[in-house]
Write a protein that binds this ligand. Structure first.
Ligand code: FES
Length: 279
């Protein structure tokens, strides 16, 4: 075993793999200390949280102190100070979601699972969190599982969702990826290593595009702005865009130009909002 591996606390193979991934992350930045945020996700993909060994590893790789690494790791709530569950179930209790039932969902889940905020069930399956606005207010109240959206939730639907996760069932988010991955898998994606699933599922749905639809129907434009129909020139022709395998600006899927991968992608159908209520 190399001296570096022995000092790190990781076994030789794990250390070598983390070091290879770290080199790829550092190469993205002009200053290597800028790699710290994705490296902390990388550590979580290995340990399931920002462990003591992970902090020492980041410090050694970046040439900074463990105190500097800890100062960053303790600032952001996405970095966990203790072993996380396989799934982070985050209930949005920010203003709109709270009014729409987020507080009731959190309370129901907390009682059902027997854990409070930032606590993990005894089986290690679920870490429950209150989370702030997830920029999905048009689908309030929203629950996230490892940062995948479960829209228009209810207390009963959320407890069913938790039960299915604990039972090891495949669970599909309302939008986005076709299934929920584990916390460690998600952490590796956040470290910048693609899992090849970014194009799965529906992106922008009907509620998100409601304002644009109304603007088109009424011919509204912003002062000094461009009419929705004129945005992005020829690409606004939905038929032409569909033929080209991309979505026109302002159409569903327009958040990414991508090849359709699901029936909803191909038809542009609005996701079924009730799906989130029946996980
Ligand atoms: S308030 Fe819950 S997603 Fe915005």
């Amino acid at each position: 075993m190399t001296l570096e591996a022995r000092r790190s606390g990781y076994d030789e193979e794990t250390y070598a793999r983390l070091a290879t991934d770290t080199a790829a992350i550092i190469a993205r930045y002009p200053e290597k200390r800028s790699a710290l945020l994705p490296m902390l996700h990388l550590v979580q993909s290995q340990d399931g949280y920002v462990s003591r060994d992970g902090i020492a590893f980041c410090a050694e790789q970046l040439g900074i102190t463990a105190a500097e690494v800890s100062a960053v790791a303790t600032f952001y709530t996405q970095y966990k100070r203790h072993p996380n569950g396989t799934y982070t179930v985050g209930v949005c209790t920010n203003t709109l979601c709270a009014i729409m039932g987020g507080d009731e969902i959190f309370d129901e889940l907390s009682e059902h699972l027997g854990v409070g905020h930032d606590e993990t069930t005894d089986d290690g399956a679920i870490t429950l969190e209150r989370v702030e606005c997830n920029a999905a207010c048009d689908y309030a109240p929203v629950v996230m599982v490892n940062w995948e959206f479960f829209d228009n939730q209810t207390p009963a639907g959320a407890t069913q969702l938790a039960d299915r996760l604990r039972a090891g069932e495949d669970v599909a988010p309302t939008r986005g990826a076709a299934s929920v991955c584990t916390f460690k898998q998600m952490s590796r994606v956040l470290a910048g290593f693609s899992d090849g699933r970014a194009d799965e599922g529906v992106g922008a749905g009907g509620p998100t595009l409601a304002g644009l639809r109304l603007a088109r129907e009424h011919g509204w434009t912003a002062p000094g702005g461009t009419a929705p129909e004129q945005v992005d020139g020829a690409a606004t022709d939905a038929g032409a865009a569909a033929t080209a395998g991309a979505s026109a600006v302002g159409q569903e899927q327009s958040s990414a130009e991508r090849t359709p991968t699901t029936p909803a992608d191909a038809t542009g159908a609005t996701p079924d909002a009730s799906k989130g209520k029946q996980p």
